[in-house]
Design a protein around this ligand. Sequence first.
Ligand code: NAD
Length: 499
Amino acid sequence: MRIIDHYIGGQSVSAGVRTSDVFDPNSGKVQAQVRLGGAAELDAAMAAAKAAQPGWAATNPQRRARVMFKFKELVEAEIDELARILSSEHGKVLADSKGDIQRGLEVIEFCCGIPHVLKGEFTHGAGPGIDIWSMRQPIGIGAGITPFNFPAMIPMWMAGVAIATGNAFILKPSERDPTLPVRLGELFKLAGLPDGVFGVVNGDKEMVDAILEHPDIAAVSFVGSSDVAHYISSKGWANGKRVQAMGGAKNHGVIMPDADLDQVVRDLAGAAFGSAGERCMALPVVVPVGADTANRLRDKLLPAIAALRIGVSTDPDADYGPVVTAAHKTKIESYIDMGVAEGAELVVDGRGFSLQGHEGGFFVGPTLFDQVKPEMRSYQEEIFGPVLQIVRADDFEAALKLCSDHQYGNGVAIFTRNGHAAREFAARVNVGMVGVNVPIPVPVAYHSFGGWKRSAFGDIGQHGMEGVQFWTKRKTVTGRWPDGGVGDTGSAFVIPTMA
Ligand code: NAD
């Protein structure tokens, strides 16, 4: 059995007695075991990080950027193999795994420009003979705790910016698909990153708690489900750490009567069912405005759903593959049971789906519900599977309220040809990332990513300038060079002002 070890101080480290199974979701078979570490393994990674970080922070930003350039080159050179690894543990189709890696690389591209970003601010002559300048300094050692659903992109969101700004970074990836994150560590080393600046500690809650309790970890970045995000932010803040914790989602797509429904259906098929719905920016709730829109949309959705092709990750014609584990398949199917019990109309039933020749795989068929009501638990909670729910709204205001009142506020989209409606919606909706005729409005790398309400705890987003802000501390220096007389007014007992 293949064992997935930690990556500490630039090498693979076998430590810790507990392990967890890593599955191939296509076959349902265990393909490897990952070590589950705790405080001792974290201490080892911290010792390596502490030894390496001061030298790395003192390396000039252009040289740090060159490591990012080289890393990007290395990842690109083996993207096919990386995508194969990713798909084999996650279950998403190969083309989608490449997208996962590419979106991470786009943050690395942003990090190639880090010297420009770190230039700071300067005011000459802010007072008599006084200059003020600010600089952004690394926070020291940071940790990232990441979910299973983007095992390449999300570690790169965090590691890229943390490392480029001069920190050491310790990654605790999801125990469901840890092989690719460990490989990223090896590629950083090949790119010239000093040993210890990037470490990977594998584990579960025990490792997470060790991170939250470690006094020398200054900042923790988390992405995962909301209850865990809440736990991590509360505990991290109580322990004096800087924390950003992104949580779950239930994104809505509002369909106005004037929308191009053919385009909407094409967008929805990908956004609701792509990656088997295991995306925090998936679109699992559609809100048609008016009964006529709802009926027309439903009629067009049915053939699109019937045409979806479910297959193994390596099938180039598959639209989506299996979900990550048997337990997750069971959870999704139990939400479908719940929707039926709550009185929603099950239009397409994906339960009990089995792929011929791959009967052990964790496949779930596409599912469509109509007549879903806001008071249903199956609507309120995140399902994270290939399940699309239609919630009908009478008018624009009702649709806007539905999106705004939901406990999650990650992403939302409006489909319309009416610029005024789109503008109103974008301004008023209580959600952090908005798409206008764009189903998955994930901001590009040089903007920042983050939702509202229970989709994010803490108010600093991932990557872009907010990422730089998260991984650095601002220091502002106010200085003067007295010339031995002029401007010396003696002691000042009143706060200096510019009055
Ligand atoms: P998860 O919360 O189960 O796990 C995330 C990480 O937390 C993993 O590294 C895991 O080991 C750790 N963890 C799990 N349970 C823990 C516990 N009780 N205490 C401490 N640590 C724990 O999430 P997941 O199933 O891996 O990922 C899917 C979730 O992530 C979904 O809710 C999805 O919406 C969310 N997500 C959010 C975003 C976003 O940016 N908002 C992006 C991707 C995924």
